[in-house]
Every structure is written in structure tokens, then in C-alpha cells.
Design a binder for this molecule. Sequence first.
Ligand code: AMP
Length: 427
Amino acid sequence: MRFLVVGAGGREHALCWSLAASPLVRELWCAPGSDAIAREATCVPLALDDLDGITAFCREQKIDLVMPGPELPLVLGLADRLQAAGIKVAGPSAAAAQLEGSKAFAKAFCARHGIPTAAARTFTWRERQAAEAYVQAQGAPIVVKADGLAAGKGVTVAADVRQALDALEQSFGGAFGSAGETVVIEECLRGEEASLFALVDGRNVLEFGTAQDHKAVGEGDRGANTGGMGAYAPAPCMTPALTERAMAEIVRPTVAGLAAEGTPYRGVLYAGLMLTEGGPKLLEYNVRLGDPEAQVQLVRLKTDLGQLLQGLVDGVLDHMDLRWYDDAALCVVMATRGYPGAYVNGSKIFGLDEAGRLDGVTVFHAATRLEQGQVVASGGRVLNVTAQAPSLREAQGRAYAAVDRIDWPDGFCRRDIGWRALGPPQR
Ligand code: AMP
């Protein structure tokens, strides 16, 4: 089969690494891909939002299956375009992708289908005064979310009313463009956060493992929010009983609800959960794999990914057998100094081969490029140093042993990835 992966980051590097090993995949492309991805797939210079270009490419090259990595092309309607052209795609339609593309849509959807989530109200910029009054009446802590895609920056967990009002002003003032014209204001939930994944073929739902990530830039989960500074899988707090409860109360009702509304879901469904005293509640939906969660999931996946994706697009997930290695996996993100603030691209990175040769270690590239044969950084989050081992603690040890082999003076990482499960690092 001929597969196309859409995207260019660490998640897509892991997807291509996994698919390149599939006996089912005869030819593998990635759009736009990267120099690192080019070792696994043929890269095609097409932008994520170039739906015409991607569809035309798939037609010309007779692509059998497209796996979109990020949410943007899905929210823009890539799956609809490909399907209309007769090309199979492992991602949801634009209508179903609203689960991630619009937090107001997701909230209303949860209300219609009795899916447990934080109590919330939605306001448009025309209702600014009512939104402010609502914040005042509810008091803090309270959470303010821009409705649309805001590159992970649209959520403020406000410790006091002032901060919540500032977040409203920012969002309605245009800080997130049209994504912030509507806001969701919601109850602040307490508990441990975990991610639950499912593969969905329109009808059948296959649980696809759990993970936890660290969003804050600083150790102890302090400091500015990022796209994710590390992750591990499986999530120890997601016991089989909790996982089944979340599948029964959140994931399966979501899939059934979408089908009942005439917009069946096909693709990876990612439920961001808060494990509250009252049980798991939905924090957010994502309509794709996580980044860097995909990296830790895919190194643990024993079943052939190509076969799973084919089962997904063919609607036969009920006949698929999903297996994982017993190992735990942990990923440390190495970022350019300054991230998530301003940073400079182009710093040289050494020691990658040595790091990648360590037992159980795979280094995925989130943002690098080759300059005259030398690997240089080309973004904020740059490397995903991923390790697997029989226990999470050993995986953590292996990941940091690999980090220590990487010679990159302009890079940094958190030294405590996994601490919620393993405790803070010993110094
Ligand atoms: P979201 O993009 O909606 O997942 O929000 C980003 C992050 O904000 C989540 O991973 C949580 O850490 C936090 N968050 C979102 N909603 C809530 C909530 N209702 N209560 C507490 N924290 C939240």
C-alpha cells in the first residue's frame, strides 16, 4: 500500500518510523515532512493547509491511505476533500473535528449526550459584559478558554477573578484572532490529568492506550505552558477500572453521539481527562494523536500500525487485535533555550547518533534540519528523546542517559519528566 502522513513534527516522525516498519506499507510519503523524516519517507513540499495540493498529490500518486498528524488540516476539512476524491483517510470530517476545533461545540455536544465535563457557559464577544458578570458571580479559580484553535495558548486557569477578566479581555481583544471571538468559561476541576486514546472507524471503538504529559516549561510543572515538555505511557493512574469507566462514560458515548447526529467519527480520538473525586471528567477532545504522547505510544505498539490504520479506514476495527509491548515508555522533549518565549534557530546539535544507539532509545526530531550535513535546531521543541524499558523508572533513566549524550549548548530540557508517577528527581 501507498501511505501518506501529513505533518512535520516529532509525532509525524514517530508515525513514519512506525509505518516504515510495516510490511503492508510499500511506499511511504510525508507532507511536508523534514530532513529527519526523509530517512523514513519521501517528503513532499506541501503545506498542512494546502488541501488542494495534498488531494491532487494523493490522486496523482494513487495514495491508498492518508494519516493526518495535526488537527489543523482536519478542522479545515482535509478528510472531506480526500473522501470526495475516493482516498481513504484515518481522520475525522470537518464536522466531527469540531470536537477539537470549537470548545463551544464540544461543550454543547457533551451537554446533549450526558458526557461528564466541567460545568461551563459560552459567550460571544457581543456578550462581553455578561461574560464578565459571570466570572464575577462564579469567583475563582475559574477557567477561560478561547473557542477555536489557538496553538495551545487559548486556555487560562485563573487563580483569581482579575486574571480571568484579563483572559477575557485578551481573547475578546483579538489575541487569538477569530479563535477568541467566543469564549467558554468553565468550572475549575481538581485531580490528576491523564490522556486516553481510541481508534474509531465510524462504528467500532478500540481503546488505544493511555499517557500523561507535562505541559509546563519548568520543573515541578511550574512556569509557562508549552506544547508539551515530556510524556510517558501507559499512565499509571489510569487503572484498568478507571480506563473502562472513561471508555464507557466518555469515549463510547462520544462516538455514538456523533453517529446519531449524522457525523460519524473516523480516526484517532483523544480524550484529555481530569480524574476528579467524582470520577473521570472530560477536559478536552483532540481529534488526532498527541505530541509527544504519540512518540511514547508508538514505541510500545506491537501490532502493526499500517494494519491498524487499514482496519480503521475499512471499518473493521472490531476484527483487529491490538497488542502492546509490556515495556513502559518515556519521552523527554529537548527545546531551544528561550522557548516558549523568543528563541533563535540554527544552533548545532551533536551526539545524536551516540544517543540513539543506547538500548531502548529512539530520538525523534520535532524541529531540526540539515545544514551541510550538520543537524541544527529549527524550532522551539526540537528533539523527543524517547526510551522504553521494563519499568517506567528504567525508561526514565535511559531517556536521561540519552539526553546526556546529546551535546547541544543551546538546548534545554526538564529533568523531572515522569515525576507525578515516580516522585521528584534525586539530586
Ligand atoms: P485544554 O486545552 O482544554 O485541555 O486545556 C489545557 C490545560 O488547561 C489542560 O491540560 C488542563 O491542565 C487545564 N484545564 C483545562 N480545563 C480545565 C478545567 N476545567 N479545570 C482545571 N484545569 C483545566
